[in-house]
Design a protein around this ligand. Structure first.
Ligand code: PHE
Length: 446
């Protein structure tokens, strides 16, 4: 990834990385499990107060070094180069995420097939049974869909990120957005819509716990692809004269919007059928959306196919951005061919992905569960609740205290100066890392 993106190509690639199953799948699931509105509010505060701040720091790291995460730290650290380069290895979390993430894209692919064959059920209980059947019993479908998704992702990365995704993004983002708006308009006519809006927007702080705050923090990092070197890697090819402040704000806005729209649509159908928003686990969006689409007959099936396919693309553009940092590192450091680097990474992602699938299947009898959690959940929690925030703290300390302020001032000057720059700098040095540290510590002493 050494040549530069085109201006629009960069913004699309970063937006493509950010907008994905984090917004469409993880966000509604966590909102359901953590009591709704207060969680949404926390997520918004942490996205702006921590996510935005660290996003700009990662951007500076990438742009000023033009390297992969490990070599970015190594290049920019004035001393202790080796020690700092370890901070770049938080990108390993990307590999963990890529594995369970591809499994979820595989589930969506399965739902494309179910939509084509008119097999989406009408009521929520049958929808639940259908998803649980897939998750707990149907190894073969999951394996086939995961494998297909896996090969598509690695094929695109093998062609190089810049060629592969620019054309894809330019179509898929707007398509996803238009479909979401159309679905929202339909949902508004339902009784459940009012309850969904209340659930998402009228704050109820009685439902907030320390673990919900950590979940919201992890969500903020996950949905902006932070703390794992993705933004560093993409910014290494940031074209000159891109207003990266407005670009970043736009990306954050779109990212939040997709999550909120998905939340409104999904919860409308959950409340419409008086289902429990917390009970559906990873199947929430599949269960809710199936009932929405099946109610609309043939049109619903066409819609379902279009919507699930655009979700698959949104997921794939994110998955690509998980693979690229490590590949870029291997190519840079060991002068490996792209193909060889991808074979190594692909091998790990595939094996971990299979373990994720096995960990939910009933016939494995909890063999792939540890500490009462499935392997799938362990990868998810480990990456978003531990490694990503940790990666974020390291970025904040490095850019805030180790790098020279003057260099940053020059980089940001055309787009953010004076009080705005100083405000960002104070947030970067003190407020954001402290907030992350306090949230992470309080989970252990509660
Ligand atoms: N931000 C992506 C999403 O919301 C997930 C992601 C995480 C992408 C880490 C890259 C790196 O779906």
């Amino acid at each position: 990834m050494s040549s530069k993106f085109s201006k629009i190509g960069f913004i699309l690639a970063v937006a493509g990385s950010a907008v994905g199953l984090g917004n469409a799948w993880k966000f509604p699931t966590l909102v359901g499990q953590n009591g709704g509105s207060a969680f949404v509010l926390l997520y918004l505060i942490l996205t702006l107060g921590v996510g935005f701040v660290i996003f700009l720091a990662e951007l500076a790291l990438g742009k000023l070094s033009e390297k992969d995460p490990v070599n970015a730290y190594r290049t920019l650290a004035p001393k202790h180069k080796k020690a700092w380069s370890f901070a770049g290895f938080t990108m390993i979390a990307n590999i963990l995420i890529a594995s369970f993430y591809s499994v979820i894209i595989g589930w969506i692919l399965k739902y494309v097939f179910l939509s084509i064959t008119f097999e989406l059920p009408f009521d929520i209980n049958s929808a639940k049974d259908q998803f649980n059947e897939l998750l707990h019993k149907d190894f073969l479908s999951q394996l086939i869909c995961f494998t297909l998704v896996f090969f598509v992702i690695f094929y695109i990365v093998s062609k190089g990120v810049k060629n592969g995704i620019e054309k894809l993004n330019i179509w898929m983002m707007p398509t996803l957005f238009i479909l979401l708006i159309m679905m929202l308009v339909y949902t508004m006519s339902k009784d459940g819509f009012y309850m969904a809006a209340k659930f998402l927007f009228v704050p109820d702080f009685s439902k907030i716990s320390v673990s919900a705050v950590l979940e919201a923090l992890g969500m903020a990092f996950f949905s902006l692809s932070l703390g794992v070197g993705t933004i560093i890697t993409y910014s290494a090819s940031l074209p000159d004269k891109t207003n990266f402040i407005t670009s970043t704000l736009n990306i954050i806005f779109i990212n939040i919007l997709v999550g909120i729209l998905m939340g409104l649509i999904v919860f409308t159908f959950i409340f419409e059928f008086s289902a429990d928003p917390a009970a559906s686990g990873p199947g929430l969006i599949f269960i809710s959306l199936s009932t929405l689409f099946s109610k609309l007959g043939i049109i619903g099936s066409i819609f379902a196919v279009a919507f699930f396919i655009s979700l698959i693309f949104a997921g794939i553009t994110s998955a690509i951005s998980m693979i690229e940092p490590f590949a870029f590192y291997l190519i840079n450091t060991y002068e490996m061919s792209r193909k060889k680097a991808l074979i190594i990474i692909g091998f790990i992602v595939y094996i971990l992905g299979i373990f994720c699938i096995l960990s939910y299947l009933s016939f494995t009898h909890g063999y792939f569960s540890f500490f009462g959690m499935s392997f799938f959940d362990i990868l998810d929690s480990l990456s978003s609740k531990i490694i990503m925030p940790l990666g974020g703290i390291l970025v904040a300390i490095f850019v805030g205290f180790i790098m020279k302020k003057e260099g940053l001032k020059i980089l940001f000057k055309p787009y953010m100066r004076g009080i705005y720059f100083e405000l960002w700098y104070v947030f970067l040095r003190f407020i954001s890392p402290l907030a992350v540290i306090i949230i992470m510590i309080s989970i252990f002493i509660r």
